[in-house]
Design a protein around this ligand. Structure first.
Ligand SMILES: [Zn+2]
Length: 111
């Protein structure tokens, strides 16, 4: 029971999808960017590790990482939502006086 590099590597690669379930080609560990839209707020997260199929491009994010990403994005957006709603209410009071309005509501994009 050593702590060799090979064992460590084996441990970190465990549970990763190395063969694409869609097309059977090999996957490679890459970093990907995902865009989210929730409650009218858009967010983008980059640097997410994922197994990417070299043939069809399908992406498989390890379950624990994907859970963390979803937790981060949803808690950030949930906290912003109430503030955004307050700002939207104030905006609506002024709306009739604004000559030209483009978006239907406030749009927040977190890059
Ligand atoms: Zn594939």
């Amino acid at each position: 029971m050593g702590n060799s590099y090979a064992e460590e590597e084996d441990k970190t690669m465990k549970g990763l999808i190395t063969v694409c379930p869609e097309c059977g080609a090999k996957t490679e560990l890459r970093e990907i960017t995902i865009e989210f839209e929730r409650k009218g707020i858009r967010a983008t997260m980059s640097g997410i590790p994922a197994m990417v199929c070299l043939n069809c491009g399908d992406q498989y994010i390890p379950g624990d990482i994907s859970g963390d990403v979803i937790d981060i994005v949803s808690s950030a957006i949930d906290q912003l939502e109430s503030l955004l709603r307050r700002a939207e209410a104030r905006r609506r009071e002024l709306l009739p006086r604004i000559a030209v309005t483009s978006p239907e509501c406030l749009v927040l994009v977190l890059a």
